[in-house]
Design a protein around this ligand. Sequence first.
Ligand code: IVH
Length: 668
Amino acid sequence: MEKQTVQLRIKELQDLLNQYNYEYHVLDKPSVPDAEYDRLMQELLKLEEEYPEFRTSDSPSVRVGGTILDAFQKVEHRTPMLSLGNAFNEADLRDFDRRAKQAVGENLSYVCELKIDGLAVSLRYEQGVFKQGATRGDGTIGEDITENLKTVRSIPLRINKPLTLEVRGEAFMPRKSFESLNKAKLENEEEPFANPRNAAAGSLRQLDPKIAAKRNLDIYLYSIADLGETGVVSHSDGLDLLDDLGFKTNPERKRCATIDDVIKYIEEWTEKRPTLDYEIDGIVIKVDSLSHQSALGFTAKSPRWAIAYKFPAEEVMTKLLDIELSVGRTGVVTPTAILEPVRVAGTTVQRASLHNEDLIREKDLKIGDTVVVKKAGDIIPEVVNVMVDLRTGEELEFSMPTHCPECESELVRLEGEVALRCINPACPAQIREGLIHFVSRNAMNIDGLGEKVIAQLFKEQLIANVGDLYKLEKEQLLQLERMGEKSVDNLLKAIETSKQNSLEKLLFGLGIRHVGAKAAKTLAQEFETIENLQQASFEELIAIHEIGDKMAESVVAFFEQPEVTILINELKERGVNTAYKGPKPVNTANIESVFAGKTIVLTGKLEQLNRNDAKSEIEALGGKVTGSVSKSTDLLIAGEAAGSKLAKAQELNIEIWDEERLIQELKK
Ligand code: IVH
């Protein structure tokens, strides 16, 4: 063939394949059989291989996956990729509507969209050609995943106008693709993905684009980041423009003139959600007019013109097959519900902690019961209640054992505690769990020492206490199952590195009763070395703010044990650091203020105070300002449009102040 003819044929094949691809993956209306597409693709691949000079960056041949990368480059987003505030109920939505109307007047309409549960991505086109695709990252800097995104068939490699623009959307894995991927993984004895979102994210974070190419990913675009000269005046026009340019947008979107219509849309989709071939976790509500959007503006993290309604935790029925008992590092025996595997909120649930015997009584659980299960905070499986009406009479009463399931010593219920405990210090389960705790992330953080490896080392009697970890030798480790040369080297390196940890990590890792990560830090800061702490008296300990009687007693008792002294000496001999390396604490004990010693979180937009000033003032009064709400948060200051942190604080019954109250208290 003449070179020129080849060039023409390549161009023709590229255009045809792009067209067929668009019809199939964006319009869902294929005009040729798959075999025809495959035949043309083979022809194109062959010609491009012979004549690489005619291969263009937007050739559909890239769909099969191009060059393997060493690492992903960082990309700074030209417009930040923000997230959305959350609404959990009708009241939150009506609040959002009220605030928006206050700012821009009554004449306001919305666009409702499905909130796809995938991975936010940004796509950059230059002169109409797809140039760069990135993950959201921290919103300012993401990762360049262009090569992987090129394999997503519904992403056009070239759009219908030679525009330079950046569009955003959600990449996801349809349920069907997810199911077949996991089936294949299980057949290959590989770990399956927990849910389609993880599968999509995992696929797009592969360095070899050929993997992503096989994963059948899809995308819905939902915004143009830089509308610039496009002449678009509303969000819905923007979505129509995306359609015209050849992008795939979600067809279920709807313009709603009132908040009542929005609520109706949400109700409809709450019902219809299971019929979709992809997972959604809520509904996004956006103010339609762009001039209204700019009048409303942004908070530090999210637009005031949009909100995400989150579906309530999904509740599903299943069978309680059994109640299993496990012994934790402190000897507490915890019952776990073994459930007939069931899909809940995107993952298969087959176990749920039942915490203690009282909870089993309270919920009146019997083995064989039909139970309702949900995921608390959409993460941790929980048994909600029993369907008493569905009992057959065959259900079995459960009672806690009198003896430890691991070492058979008698269990005790300590005064004031609901938990049953094994108090045998030589109980193998407690020792094994203590070792697992020692290497965990907040403790010594030894990578590569997961539960399974620890269990093996313990079983093979290579380790009996945490000191033995620092005696392990390469030859011993190489004998373990599934431990190759490389993983052994990495593990030994991680063990070596852990010797340099600051004292608080070691203290937390030792698992002193009542000493959590936070208290370990306080102790390390106050006493600086383990020797000082070993000698500390009860009085010295309780003199420290944050250290109560119970903890002080436990610390003294711990260090009084002769075997603990031996262990600490052993750790020191093997080179483990036992001194505090971090900054000295601010002394808050003498400060008299409502903030002293409290852990405080600021969220939402503060209208009168600058956030950094508020933080410094609180800190000067002895408070500690942290970024996320947890059980250890004492107080939440909720500014305007506070979202998930507020919800979490409410859930955890944490005290909540508005900005006004904060100002008053700061003035006192
Ligand atoms: S709009 C300014 N629309 O939900 C933020 N987001 O926190 C613009 N998402 O990170 C986001 N479907 O990944 C928008 N139809 C949709 C969406 C959607 C899913 C994700 C997105 C974002 C998160 C919201």
